[in-house]
Ligand binder design. Structure first.
Ligand code: ACM
Length: 769
């Protein structure tokens, strides 16, 4: 009995053990390894047993010729084992794209449930090919049964903030196809450029397609490059891209954004605004060229001048849709719907009358009216709308699919209302967020490492089975404010897009981060071969600041994924950090005074950290309100860890973020200390809805005066987006505990992005001297 049981375990575990040698991504549903290899070489034939697979065969040949320098003969009859046979076999998976792939002594056999499945089988075969320059290609004998988990497997690209030529769009589609994505969400219109040719409205592209300059560096910008910038896709180019994508079974969903993010359209046709005679508000943006009249935006964010819900606008949008929709066979049109400030509608007598005439509750009702009217038009043409989750506000259009980006809540709400949902929550799916905590190229902010993308589960646990069916899948979003060139897009999407491919394709129970980590070097090797510039952030030296025992100083903890290399560190660097990285790292380094430290491992960039040491650094701190779970930093300790952030949101993990509420707490000094000044470091970034505190209040417990209260309302210093407040006690004062209350700004005032909603308060560090 025992022996049989043991044998069973051995047999059933063998394929699993062998499977771990493959480096496929996304991981297939089932793999059975066999022994031995076969060779694909110049004499191998592609046999088309299934009909209509000529194009798919030529995609394989294109790949072979580009990567290995040979092409295979395509025939319709199997004659010998040196062949790759393409065929169909029905499978009972509801979502299209299932396939079987067998490699054995009779050759390679790929059978798709449909033609899409055949192409996915070929993509898997391609990943079985070794990374080498020339053939023959040795591949292992095995059999794979594979099918997608989600019907919607999307990647988005914003071509408005920066414009990308058709060649790159095709390359991007190749990336999608390689990792079994099936939807390309093409974000074609926005404030900074209109990118789709509409013949009836030529100014959309000749005027709206170009801006007179772009801010330099991180928002709000250190200046303006004054370069005329832009571009657009002709309708012929769009047809070419759509065909290219369709050949790879990728659906292209155009986004024609409304009613917000409309500056470029308004620059072309000012009548689309409720205030056609008002010049574009440029505010404090470093600006190039004229500020007169309506302008295409030169900076990032959200702008008040939006489409006016007039008959002129609806006719215009219907005309635009009439030209755009036939270019895209997709059943969906994305109509945007996000981030539409209501200020213009509030002060427009026309809009106010429209609200009354239609018994709408308010401007949110007007947004809903706008979207529903457009939905009706689009439905009338046989298509469905997708909108960002703001389309829930004021009532969802009857047939709309919701793209949930401000977290998962919008998606959950829509699914409960029996609407289809595509999940794109910023905290897991925004590939424009930083992927490294260390110094990196400029990003919009946030922190989304590879493992977090990999760990994303698109179906929220609180949905019941019926509601969960409405989660069609998820999408990676690529907003390009800080991606001016294709290589930067590559850098931002790889390898995170591969992690997302596994979330979307592989069975939930097959998802295994440890195994993905194991495959990662081989996966990256393949990118190297294709000369794709990807991020190596996964291998970054991880440096964290943690509390020390007894609140005595802080500890600098260093970790590396590359276990074979020693971590070296040095302190008090001034000129040449690398040369002084002398010490071997063995345990967290204790820091008790002002200093700059650096650390590195072989082949990595050094991590450099300046510690600003003062009388509260490392002390015990407790908070009354928890920060938002989107900006938790390292908890309360973040405020006294000695790290000051001058990188704004691109080091967002070094702030505690409070949405609408205050940052209130106590620092215990552990003994009587003489303190004269307290400083509070906050962030001021109105474009991201982050506001300075309304005021800061401090009391302290000391030997002479208990709980003396002080308040400060004006900042001491504003440096870029960083803002410092100081409370000067006038003389050194004995105290052993400090209570602080950093009061949230409250509601964002009109005329600003996010007007009317709660402001964020971002706090970085508290200092005492
Ligand atoms: C979005 O990121 N504004 C949809």
């Amino acid at each position: 009995m025992k022996r049989i049981a043991l044998l069973c375990i051995l047999v059933s575990s063998l394929p699993v053990l062998a499977q771990t040698k493959l480096n496929l991504v996304p991981a297939p549903a089932e793999v059975k390894m066999d022994t031995g290899n076969i060779s694909i070489n110049i004499n191998t034939e592609i046999v088309l047993e299934g009909s209509g697979l000529e194009n798919t065969a030529s995609l394989l040949n294109d790949y072979l010729s580009a990567s290995y320098g040979f092409k295979l003969k395509v025939v319709t009859k199997y004659s010998n084992a040196n062949s790759i046979t393409l065929n169909f076999e029905r499978s009972d998976h509801a979502i299209p794209g299932a396939y079987n792939l067998t490699v054995d002594k009779k050759g390679v056999y790929i059978a798709g449930d449909n033609a899409e499945g055949v192409l996915y089988g070929i993509q898997t075969l391609i990943q079985l090919f070794p990374v080498q320059k020339k053939g023959p290609l040795s591949i292992p004998q095995l059999s794979i049964t594979d099918y997608p988990r989600f019907a919607y497997r999307g990647m988005h690209l914003d071509v408005c903030r920066h414009f990308f030529p058709v060649d790159f769009i095709k390359k991007y589609i190749d990336y999608l196809a390689a990792y079994k994505f099936n939807t390309f969400h093409w974000h074609l219109t926005d404030d900074q450029g209109w990118r789709i040719e509409i013949k009836k409205y030529p100014l959309l592209t000749s005027v709206g397609g170009y801006r007179n300059g772009t801010i330099i560096g991180r928002y709000p910008g250190k200046g303006n490059d004054s370069l005329h910038y832009g571009g657009f896709y002709t309708q012929d180019e769009i047809k070419e891209v759509v065909k290219y994508a369709a050949d790879r079974y990728i659906d292209v969903i155009p986004e024609i954004e409304m009613p917000g993010h409309a500056s470029a359209a308004i620059a072309a046709y000012p009548q689309l605004s409720c205030f056609p005679d008002e010049s574009t508000q440029t505010g404090k943006t470093p600006w190039a060229g004229t500020k007169e009249g309506k302008q295409v935006q030169q900076t990032w964010g959200v702008f008040e001048d939006v489409f006016c819900p007039s008959e002129y606008t609806f006719n215009f949008l219907q005309d635009v849709l009439d030209e755009a929709m036939p270019l895209f066979p997709s059943k969906y049109v994305h109509i945007g719907g996000d981030e539409c400030p209501k200020e213009a509608w509030k002060r427009s007598p026309f809009c106010q009358q429209l609200i009354r005439d239609n018994n709408l509750k308010d401007e949110h009702g007007l947004q809903s009216y706008f979207i529903q009217r457009i939905e009706k038009y689009i439905n009338g043409k046989g298509k469905k709308i997708i909108g960002w989750d703001e389309i829930l506000e004021g009532g969802l259009a009857p047939n709309a699919t919701v793209m949930s980006w401000r977290g998962e809540e919008g998606g959950i709400e829509a699914a409960k209302q029996n609407h289809d949902v595509i999940m794109t929550p910023g905290t897991y799916c925004y590939l424009d967020h930083a992927q490294s905590k260390n110094e990196d190229s400029v990003t919009i902010g946030g922190y989304l490492p590879l493992e977090k993308v990999y760990g994303y589960e698109p179906v929220p646990a609180m949905l019941n089975a019926g509601q969960a069916k409405h989660i069609l899948g998820a999408q990676g979003n690529v907003w390009t404010e800080y991606m001016a060139y294709p290589s930067k897009v590559d850098y931002m999407i790889f390898p995170r897009m591969m992690a997302l491919s596994e979330v979307l394709w592989s069975p939930k129970e097959k998802r295994n981060w440890k195994d993905f980590e194991r495959r990662l070097p081989a996966i990256l090797d393949r990118l190297d071969k294709k000369k794709v510039k990807y991020s190596k952030a996964y291998y970054d030296l991880q440096a964290t600041v943690i509390p020390a025992n007894n609140y005595d100083g802080v500890l600098w903890k260093l970790e590396s994924k590359i276990k074979t290399e020693k971590i070296k560190w040095a302190n008090d660097l001034h000129h040449d950090p690398v040369a002084k990285t002398n010490y071997d790292y063995t345990k967290p380094i204790k820091i008790t005074k002002q200093a700059t430290y650096s650390a590195k491992i072989k082949n990595s960039n050094p991590v450099i950290q300046e510690f600003f040491f003062n009388k509260v650094t490392g002390k015990k701190i407790t908070l009354i309100n928890e920060p938002s779970k989107n900006y938790p930093g390292d908890g309360a300790f973040t405020l006294v860890n000695g790290v000051q952030n001058d990188k704004g949101l691109s080091k967002g993990n070094e702030f505690l973020g409070f949405l609408g509420n205050d940052c209130e707490g106590t620092i215990e000094l552990g003994k009587m200390e003489k303190i004269r000044k307290l400083r509070f470091h906050c962030l001021n970034q109105n474009g991201s809805w982050i506001y300075p505190p309304k005021y800061i209040e401090v009391s302290y417990t000391g030997s002479l005066t208990a709980k003396r209260l002080l308040r400060v309302e004006s900042p001491l210093e504003i440096k870029d987006g960083n803002i410092i407040y100081e409370i000067d006690l006038g003389a050194e004062t004995q105290m052993n505990a400090i209570n602080f209350k950093i009061v949230n700004y409250g509601i964002i005032p009109s005329g600003n992005p996010g007007a009317g909603t709660a402001a964020w308060l971002f706090v970085d560090e508290i200092e005492a001297e």
